[in-house]
Write a protein that binds this ligand. Structure first.
Ligand code: HXC
Length: 512
């Protein structure tokens, strides 16, 4: 019979073994490359002393390829729960020191367990990914484990926020679970995502591409639009996750967390009065308006490197989290194209899932013309944004700063698709199209240069302003730019008990 001391020692020893994962040598290798281990990442992410690990002693059950002789407690997946700013979250982290962080049946079951718990308890799920994909030795059992996770990602979508951080390689099946979560964060020059790697690509398509070009952080943040954030290193990525979580409710039944407002709600910014150039063709930076009106000038931008003609991100107004969507006239004149429509549509839907009011700033000359856009399906992709804004039932507050032309006027959270409070600046131009284009069509070939200039001016006077729309009640109020912060905060107060539901249905059919 073991003495009590021996029993406790055995317990300590088993814990110690589990915490070493794949061993000191492999841990050192990770540290030498400037990265952290899975366990260290969890500790950095969560409030101190709050992490509770589950299934620490689980091992794989595979006996092919001599695997029965090679078992590590925890099986390369650390799972559990803890707190961020005192709020409960569930976490899993793949441990690259154990079989390259690959997915086994046993460690998939660990993830499934905390996903089910996260759903039951109504708390966000955060995955820290660093994995070679399906564990080859386990064959279809690994694929089954992945599929169990994918299925739960879908069931959890819109119920609890799901966040994926990519720290190292994520190959094959390892990318599809992150792809179905709400946000993906990557680390510059050390994280990679691809379905098939450079070697396979070379064999199949004869293309030569590096890991970085194919699936590096900047490829997914600038070109593919798969990722939403890029961090410089392992330390920064966890801080970004903590900030992201601070804007989100724990689940879809809660409102987003209100923080005490340390900024003056009455604050007026005179700089805003001159931010819109007198020349309607001159660009300006919409971010200046957003940061001017946000509490403490803080705008947490989502997808800052992708489709920069539209801005998406979180801010607080009077302490309340809001989602911001804004055309960016400083980039491609703020035009709507395929990528910006898809980027904004997904963001709008996220905010709507999680009761985050939407503030939309509009300065859009229309949809981008051209065969690339038309053949690429701008009709269907632009429709996604129209669909997303129309179906969103959260408070929707819109400010037209300058251009709101054509279909893009309708799309950008207009009154007609459910805008609750629609403001315009005196500089707003709300019409079917810009004066030049309109005159070219209406008076095609009929006017000399001088008459054409007069016609353009007449059109501008009559239509390129907010007053027609205001006369018709499509704009609730014309406001001065310096009043924007206060007006938005008042509109949020007005809409805080908004009660709107869409007709009951299984689900809509968004044009995918
Ligand atoms: C089992 C694996 C593995 C895998 C890596 N390892 N990938 N073990 N199954 N899929 C092991 C290695 O044998 C090694 O073990 C350890 O992990 C570290 O791997 P290294 O190659 O030494 O590390 P590195 O040079 O950093 O390269 C990492 C890597 C590379 C880029 C991830 O290992 C790689 O390309 N692996 C294969 C990736 C892949 O093709 N996965 C797709 C699987 S199919 P030791 O014991 O030496 O430390 C798939 C389909 C699922 O995922 C579909 C679901 C829809």
């Amino acid at each position: 019979m073991k003495s009590l001391e021996e029993a406790y020692q055995l317990f300590e020893e088993k814990n110690r073994q589990a915490e070493l994962g794949g061993g000191r040598e492999k841990i050192e290798k990770i540290h030498k490359s400037g990265r952290k281990t899975a366990r260290e990442r969890i500790y950095a992410l969560l409030d101190p002393e709050t992490f509770v690990e589950m299934d620490k002693l689980v091992t794989h059950r595979c006996s092919d390829f001599g695997m029965e002789k090679n078992k590590v407690s925890g099986d390369g997946m650390i799972t559990g729960y803890g707190k961020i700013d005192g709020r409960m979250v569930f976490v899993f982290a793949q441990d690259f020191t154990v079989f390259g962080g690959t997915m086994s049946r046993a460690n998939a079951d660990k993830v499934v367990k905390i996903m089910d718990m996260a759903m039951r308890m109504g708390a966000p799920l955060i995955g820290l990914n660093d994995s070679g994909g399906a564990r080859i030795q386990e064959g279809v059992e690994s694929l089954a484990g992945y599929a169990d996770i994918f299925y739960r990602n879908v069931m959890a979508s819109g119920v609890i926020p799901q966040i994926s951080a990519i720290f190292g390689p994520c190959a094959g099946g390892a990318v599809y679970s992150p792809a179905m979560t709400d946000f993906i964060l990557m680390v510059r020059e050390s994280s990679y995502m691809f379905v098939t790697g450079p070697e396979v690509i070379k064999t199949v398509t004869h293309e030569e591409v590096t890991m970085e070009e194919l699936g590096g952080a900047m490829s997914h943040n600038t070109r593919s639009g798969v990722a939403h954030f890029v961090a410089e290193n392992d330390e920064q990525i966890v801080l970004m996750i903590r900030e992201l979580v601070s804007f989100l409710p724990s689940n879809n039944m809660e409102d987003p967390p209100i923080q005490p407002c340390t900024d003056d709600v009455m604050r007026q910014d005179e700089k805003l009065q001159t931010i819109i150039p007198a020349d309607p063709n001159k660009p300006y930076d919409m971010k200046e308006i957003i940061t001017s009106v946000a509490d403490n000038h803080n705008f947490f931008e989502v997808m800052p490197f992708y489709a920069q003609n539209i801005l998406t991100g979180f801010a607080r107004l009077g302490g309340k989290p809001v989602g911001i969507v804004a055309n960016q006239p400083a980039f491609l004149a703020g035009v709507l194209d395929i990528n910006s429509s898809v980027k904004a549509a997904r963001f709008v839907r996220f905010c709507d899932c999680f009761n985050i009011p939407l503030i939309t700033f509009v300065d859009v000359p229309g949809f981008l013309p051209g065969t690339v856009q038309e053949f690429g399906g701008i009709i269907k992709h632009g429709a996604k944004l129209l669909y997303a804004f129309s179906e969103a039932t959260v408070p929707k507050i819109t400010v037209i700063t300058r251009k709101a032309y054509g279909g893009a006027y309708d799309v950008m959270s207009s009154k007609h698709i459910g805008g609750d409070v629609n403001y315009a600046y005196p500089t707003a131009e709300i019409a079917v199209m810009g004066p030049e284009g309109a005159v070219n069509i209406i008076h095609k070939g009929k006017l000399n240069e001088a008459d054409r200039a007069i016609a353009v001016n007449n059109y501008r006077e009559t239509f390129a302003n907010p007053y027609k729309a205001a006369e018709l009640g499509y704009i609730d109020e014309i406001i001065l730019p310096r009043q924007t912060r206060l007006k938005l905060i008042r509109a949020l107060e007005l809409t805080q008990n908004k009660n709107k539901t869409n007709p009951p249905k299984k689900h809509g059919n968004i044009p995918l």
